[in-house]
Design a protein. Structure first.
Length: 423
């Protein structure tokens, strides 16, 4: 009798826990995730799902969008407004051309428009003055006012367009600044964000994701496809991924480290900018539709039936839950790195940054190949605003990257910006 009662007790506990899981996080497909800081991230998915965490994924709050359309992608931008106020904007896109926008960190969402009956698959906000949305049947839209209005761009194709990625402003008139990926091996590039042209890939596999870092671009897709370009997208070569599974997403964590998510819970990791890949077994077998990292350590991958897995070591190991990814008390820790001024510059420029807590701080300069060319800061700093001058008199013209790393001991954040040296 005691055995039966104990069994019933365990059964009750199981259903209670299951109910808590369902109520807290619906077991529907989750399709895209973006970080605002190591603690704050937003994900979107099936049935109009939008969830937000402010403690690194320990807890998630469901946000009310008022829609049931599948949301395929979202992006976020924070910038300084005319009156020096900080403006935060989130925009999500999805099924049947839907576009929803929030200006209050997801507390409320406004249905901006239903642009088309075509499904929208990706959105990239490059700046307050430039964003793109791509979708099925060759759909491509541009907005110069953060989604208040749109213009259609005709690519003269009916290809399903899946993903778009941006570089920083070009340093010559021949540099590709954005790449658009689609089914049947289609990639498109632009040097001016107005005119797009097809790139030669040598594959007919569906390309599902692209990621830009420096002069390197990675593209992943069906049947284990990985393509790499080391010259801004002009030339592409296949890379051995070691899997025949569909690779749904790929992200650069740094100039050299990249992570890709795929079917059956498989994560791929590269430490040489995508030339070779290591398969990493995770504790799930669900399809992982998206992966993203707040910095070189903290990341989340999401997928089918409400799956979320977490990494705090740059994607080397993964957990199904997290209890102390980021301390909620530290959730406002968000070092700020400003665009260097002037930019372009010759031969010197000033970099401004803000540290909100006592931190070990480094600022390093890298060239297009990922080679470190200068260390500007490497010290322990108190909270406050700082400036550092970068003199590039002995360097050649081109695009360079400056990377801020700040570590409080509890929390770490990495910020990367690009700058242009012209001589």
């Amino acid at each position: 009798m005691r055995t039966k009662s104990f069994f019933l007790f365990l059964t009750a506990i199981f259903f209670i826990l299951a109910a808590v899981r369902i109520n807290a996080q619906p077991l529907v497909n989750q399709n895209d995730i973006k970080f605002e800081s190591p603690a704050i991230a937003t994900l979107v998915g099936q049935d109009g799902l939008i969830m937000r965490t402010v403690d690194g994924g320990t807890t998630w709050d469901i946000q009310n969008t008022g829609i049931t359309n599948v949301l395929n992608a979202m992006d976020y931008i924070q910038y300084e407004g005319p009156a020096m106020q900080i403006i935060s904007i989130q925009i999500a896109v999805g099924e049947n051309g839907i576009v929803v926008k929030s200006a209050d960190n997801g507390a409320t969402w406004e249905l901006k428009t239903s642009l088309t009956s075509e499904n929208l698959n990706d959105i990239v906000i490059f700046s307050p003055e430039l964003m793109f949305i791509c979708g099925d049947n060759g759909t491509l839209y541009r907005s110069v006012n953060l989604g208040e209005s749109f213009e259609s761009i005709d690519l003269m194709t009916t290809t399903k367009l899946n993903s778009i990625t941006f570089a920083e402003p070009k340093n010559t008139v021949t540099s590709i600044v954005a790449v658009l990926a689609g089914d049947n091996g289609k990639l498109y590039g632009t040097i001016n964000t107005n005119d797009w042209f097809e790139l030669t890939t040598g594959t007919t596999e569906n390309i599902l994701a692209v990621s830009f870092m420096g002069s390197n671009i990675l593209a992943t897709g069906t049947n284990g496809l990985v393509l790499k370009s080391a010259d801004f997208g002009w030339n592409w070569a296949p890379v051995v991924s070691g899997t025949s599974l569909n690779i749904y997403d790929v992200k650069f964590l740094s100039m050299t480290t990249a992570i890709a998510s795929s079917e059956n819970g498989l994560i791929l990791r590269s430490e040489d900018a995508g030339d070779t890949w290591t398969a990493i077994t995770t504790p799930v077998v669900a399809d992982l539709f998206a992966v993203n990292f707040a910095n070189e350590n903290i990341g989340i991958s999401i997928g089918s039936e409400g799956t979320e897995i977490y990494s705090i070591d740059g994607g080397i190991t993964w957990l199904t839950g997290i209890t102390s990814n980021v301390n909620p008390a530290d959730k406002k820790f968000d070092a700020k790195l400003s665009q260097n001024y002037p930019n372009p510059f010759n031969p010197s420029t000033v970099i401004n940054y803000f540290i909100p807590d006592n931190s070990t701080v480094s600022i390093k300069i890298y060239d297009m190949t990922g080679r470190e060319v200068r260390t500007l800061v490497n010290s322990y700093q108190a909270p406050g605003s700082y400036s550092v001058k970068f003199d590039a008199a002995n360097l050649s013209s081109g695009i360079y990257f400056y990377v801020l790393r700040a570590n409080t001991g509890k929390n770490e954040i990495t910020k990367t910006m690009r700058m242009i040296l012209t001589k």
